[in-house]
Design a binder for this molecule. Structure first.
Ligand code: SF4
Length: 246
């Protein structure tokens, strides 16, 4: 598997070079979301491991930067939860030495309570943090987390991370019919923690779960009127990453 790939076009990030610090199939994640585009097979764990050596990231990124011009951001994501990689700090350091592009991470927010991960997060220019539920019941049904990671831990630590983090802090919410009743609760959470951006998503890529239609997503979007939002059916995001330092 390619640890470094792209650049790819993303509705959230614009043009992005991807880094997959897990790079295994099936996925390794702290969740097993019912809509996961990687399928339902895989390992659900809360234990961090070494999956890919940081030297491999450096070599592949250097080669890609030589071959391909352009790219707007570098994003850690991939075949599972990127914060499960125990050498995440070393990987970000290698990437930051090779490029001046803003470096960010797509994470499911489940390990923000871990002090080592909080340290790693400080190295990023932007974080896109998943939050699909406003209560334990929906969280268990939609995200199917590792038993050690309850909803309260996730939400409390998203709030702490939002306060601590100095770069762009974005929330991403995947809407499907199973969490539509949590819209008001999620709006209230967004009003309280004031993310720099809220991405309102529904699974348009092949998934075990049906996406919501444009009409439903536009209606949800209106509920989030007090937050700065981007919705998946809208045009590509043009946010200027790394410029929202507080
Ligand atoms: S957090 Fe992401 S990778 Fe993990 S199960 Fe959910 S959608 Fe899949």
């Amino acid at each position: 598997m390619n640890v470094v790939y792209g650049p790819v076009r993303s509705w959230r990030l614009g043009r992005s070079i991807g880094i997959d610090p897990i790079s295994v199939e099936p996925k390794v994640c702290t969740f097993n979301c019912i809509y996961c585009q990687l399928g339902s097979k895989g390992i659900v764990t809360d234990t961090r491991s070494l999956f890919v050596k940081e030297q491999a990231v450096g070599e592949q990124l250097a080669a890609l930067l030589r071959r391909k011009k352009g790219g707007v951001v570098v994003t850690f994501s991939g075949t599972g939860e990127p914060t499960l990689a125990s050498n995440l700090i070393e990987m970000v350091e290698v990437v930051s030495d090779l490029t001046d592009f803003p470096v960010g991470i797509l994470t499911n927010s489940s390990l923000f309570h871990n002090p080592e991960i909080r340290e790693a997060m400080k190295l990023f220019d932007f974080i896109v943090a998943k939050l699909d539920a406003a209560c334990e019941g929906t969280y268990q049904r939609v995200n199917r987390p590792h038993p050690s990671i309850g909803f309260r831990i996730v939400l409390e630590n998203i709030e702490i991370m939002r306060k601590e983090f100095e770069g762009d802090f974005c929330l991403q919410i995947m809407f499907i019919k199973e969490n539509m009743r949590d819209v008001d609760g999620l709006v209230e959470i967004c009003d309280r923690i004031e993310p720099d951006l809220v991405f309102l998503n529904t699974p348009l890529r092949p998934s075990m779960t049906r996406p919501l239609g444009k009409k439903e997503m536009r209606s949800i979007s209106k509920s989030f009127a007090r937050s700065r939002c981007k919705m998946v059916y809208d045009v590509e995001c043009e946010h200027d990453w790394g410029t929202t330092k507080r």
